[in-house]
Write a protein that binds this ligand. Structure first.
Ligand SMILES: Cc1cc2nc3c(=O)[nH]c(=O)nc-3n(C[C@H](O)[C@H](O)[C@H](O)COP(=O)(O)OP(=O)(O)OC[C@H]3O[C@@H](n4cnc5c(N)ncnc54)[C@H](O)[C@@H]3O)c2cc1C
Length: 340
């Protein structure tokens, strides 16, 4: 276990913000975590945050509390059932290491989610998604510890409350559980998932016949495309998509569409989803800066730390964008990134 005071979180958030926390503890096993939680029941802290790779967090300021981080690692095949192979992954594993491992082991289902930053534990909190796949499609169950009681529970996927980039761990049970491991259900037979048009077109552009496509090809293509579109947080601090794509009523949509018939949109049941990046771009924000915070020039949905930005600088930029989008389109963008 690693336990220290007054610690910089700079390497623990992909915006690269130099914020400090009062105490930081990384545990390597369930027993160590249980010990820490028992201590906290004796001597409570004002604030507690469990962090993963910090790739979906925006620290507004220093954190006057305890930050916990999982060092629970390992991938284990726990059972097979026909074509399905159940793999348990420790919450502290890097998500993309897990995806690379599955592809190398000829286990399929995670390849479309290649190169998403962060850790396995958060994949189950966030229900990460990209290129036509979501974590919930391959999660079988989540093993978690109840912070208040220390009890370990196994939650089947059907009880995780999954929706678009959300789960019960982010909503009604936020802060209640710490995820210890996630069990994924992978397939031994490869069936490419090319439901996302953009990925299908990338495959075609490379002259690969979908019949010959392998999971390693999908992983390679997804990585290439992601590297072209998104800034590497090691080079330019960012947290991926900053805003959620807004879902508006049909009336609201028609209102906007009458003035902007070129606006892209997607059906969302009774309502309509509009790409947040398009709205931001229409307001002229792509490639613009507000002090040391900016909007990525290749993707208007990504806010970046141009160097030396603070959390307050990023918040100021996000509010300026929200205000402009609201003024022009009457839609208030909601952040996908969690403000701490
Ligand atoms: C360049 C870039 C591209 C991205 N692309 C995508 C994308 O394509 N699709 C997508 O869905 N997301 C994307 N993201 C967002 C981000 O990668 C995901 O949200 C990721 O799952 C966050 O993982 P993390 O480990 O960094 O979690 P953190 O940001 O550290 O935490 C996220 C949440 O999970 C909680 N948490 C973390 N670990 C645990 C645990 N063990 N137990 C309980 N709670 C925990 C935290 O408290 C917090 O609420 C991108 C981010 C970046 C920087």
């Amino acid at each position: 276990m690693w336990d220290t005071n007054d610690y910089s979180l700079r390497r623990h958030n992909t915006f690269g913000l130099d914020v400090r926390c009062m105490r930081f503890a990384e545990y390597g096993s369930v027993e160590e975590l249980r010990g820490l939680l028992a201590e906290l029941r004796e001597c409570p802290v004002r604030r507690l945050l469990h962090i993963g790779g910090g790739s979906n967090l925006l620290f507004r300021a220093d954190f006057d509390g305890l930050v916990l981080h999982s060092g629970i690692l390992d991938f284990d095949i726990v059972r097979t059932d026909g074509d399905a192979v159940y793999v348990r992954a420790g919450a502290g594993e890097r998500w993309d290491d897990f995806v690379a491992w599955t592809v190398a082991m000829d286990l399929y289902g995670a390849e479309n989610l290649s190169l998403i930053p962060g850790e396995v534990g958060a994949s189950a909190v966030q229900n990460i998604g990209a290129y036509g796949a979501e974590a919930k499609d391959i999660i079988d169950s989540v093993e978690a510890i109840d912070v208040a009681t220390g009890e370990v529970v196994h939650i089947p996927v059907a009880e995780c409350g999954y929706g678009y980039r959300t789960s019960r761990f982010k909503t009604k049970d936020a802060g209640r559980y710490i995820i210890l491991s996630v069990t994924y259900r992978l397939a031994q037979r490869f069936t490419p998932n090319l439901t996302y048009g953009g990925l299908r077109r990338e495959v075609e552009a490379r002259g690969i016949d979908p019949v010959d496509l392998t999971a390693a090809d999908v992983r390679r293509i997804v990585i290439e495309v992601r590297r072209q579109k998104l800034p590497d947080p090691e080079v330019k601090g960012n947290a991926g998509s900053f805003f959620v794509n807004p879902i508006v009523s049909r009336d609201r949509f028609v209102d906007i569409w009458q003035h902007h018939p070129e606006m892209p949109s997607y059906d969302a049941g009774q309502e309509v989803k509009i790409p947040a990046g398009w709205l931001v771009e229409q307001c002229g924000w792509r490639g613009r800066r507000l002090g040391p915070a900016g909007v990525y020039d290749r993707q208007a949905l990504v806010l970046v730390n141009e160097g030396g930005a603070t959390g307050a600088d990023i918040v100021a930029l996000s509010r300026a964008i929200q205000t402009d989008v609201c003024r022009q389109f009457g839609v208030w963008l909601q952040p996908e990134v969690m403000f701490v």
